[in-house]
Design a protein around this ligand. Structure first.
Ligand code: FAD
Length: 321
């Protein structure tokens, strides 16, 4: 029997993030022939509703309030719980983003459901919806089905294929009115570090540098390659600890978990904590001087050599394409 599923969308700079569309696709699997309801929370987010419908939501509920302009777990949980109370869903899907990771346990506790965190696939198998999620820092995968209660999951960005956009789709958009009260945190201002280029967590191509880049300037050839490929620059903790780059670029167990189509690791040895953040990338290319480096054990393609020779050569070749 079909389920009613709520999917929380996320926007940044007035645009829906891709993970919202991926969550809708996951929501469709959970709903089966039921209904997927997109949920948009923010200050004035109504204009984004149609795009959610074009990506597969059957209808959209908005919760709008000036106090929701910036994410706070208090404000968003009040808003989302109002939607839950109105709709009584049988399924909920969030992106496994900073927001999703913060909000989902809070909501799961409030509705007394379990939570399948960080699912990398959602499939229908033998009449059941099966979630797959990595465990032990990506060394093994577990499969989960929910036998009773609300099916609540967060989905890892870049793993679930969104449905094709269909501009002819239409659906109802309505507002849920909530009075947001007693916020323990009030965001006065957001000061963002100027981020160059593509967002690391959603990038399809990542060029990552390790201690082998040797200095802040050593990242320059990686930035040039990333620019040619339309990708983002990432880093190992080794490079961050050495002050070659900002910690916001760190990939791994204590950094970001990424799953791009192409991950090029330059001067990274392949410590288990680094692999935890990138080993599920679709294609991994490793460039390292040391033929025994552990990174070659997870790489699809390995280049033994000096990154300062190889990376500029790759950039020149890709420029010709
Ligand atoms: P190194 O291990 O020093 O490797 C540098 C590599 O560069 C070497 O393989 C060398 O052969 C190669 N090289 C040098 N010069 C060149 C050149 N010119 N051309 C090509 N190759 C060259 N690490 C993470 O990355 N992410 C995490 O989230 C993370 N979390 C951690 C959490 C904990 C609790 C702990 C204990 C550690 C964590 N670490 C993490 C650190 C991790 O164990 C490693 O120390 C770190 O990943 C090493 O970074 P690296 O590969 O850049 O440096």
């Amino acid at each position: 029997m079909g389920k009613k599923v709520l999917v929380l969308a996320e926007a940044r700079d007035g645009q829906l993030r891709n993970v919202s569309f991926e969550a809708i696709a996951a929501g469709k699997k959970v709903a089966s022939d039921g209904e997927v309801i997109g949920v948009l929370i923010g200050d004035s987010v109504g204009s984004l509703a149609n795009e959610m419908i074009q990506y597969g939501a059957d209808r959209v509920l908005t919760v709008e309030d000036a106090k929701l302009a910036q994410y706070t777990s208090d404000g968003y949980s009040q808003a989302f719980m109002a939607v839950v109370e109105q709709e009584q869903p049988e399924g909920i899907v969030f992106g496994h983003t900073a927001l999703g990771k913060d909000l989902s346990p809070k909501i799961a506790a409030k509705i007394e459901s379990g939570l399948i965190s960080d699912a990398t696939s959602v499939e229908e198998e033998g009449g059941e919806v099966v979630f797959t999620r990595p465990i032990y820092s990506g060394k093994a995968f577990e499969k989960i089905t929910v036998k009773e209660g609300i099916v609540f999951a967060t989905v890892r960005p870049n793993n679930i294929e969104p449905l094709e956009k269909d501009e002819s789709r239409s659906g109802d958009v309505s507002n849920v009115s909530v009075s947001i009260t007693d916020l323990r945190t009030v965001i006065q201002d957001v000061v963002r570090k100027a981020a160059d280029g593509v967002d690391l967590s959603e990038a399809k191509v990542i060029i990552a540098g390790g201690r082998g880049v040797k200095s802040e300037e050593g990242f320059q050839p990686l930035k040039e390659l990333a620019e040619v490929l339309g990708g983002a620059v990432g880093a190992s903790r080794g490079a961050c600890d050495a002050d070659y780059c900002d910690y916001s670029l760190q990939i791994g167990q204590t950094g970001k978990v990424v799953t791009p189509d192409l991950y090029i690791a330059c001067g990274i040895s392949g410590a288990i904590q680094h692999l935890a953040g990138m080993s599920n990338s679709k294609v991994i290319v490793a460039i390292n001087k040391d033929p025994e480096a552990n990174i070659f054990n997870v790489a699809d393609y390995g280049i033994v050599g000096d990154l300062f020779e190889i990376v500029p050569m790759l950039t020149e070749e890709f420029k010709k394409m």
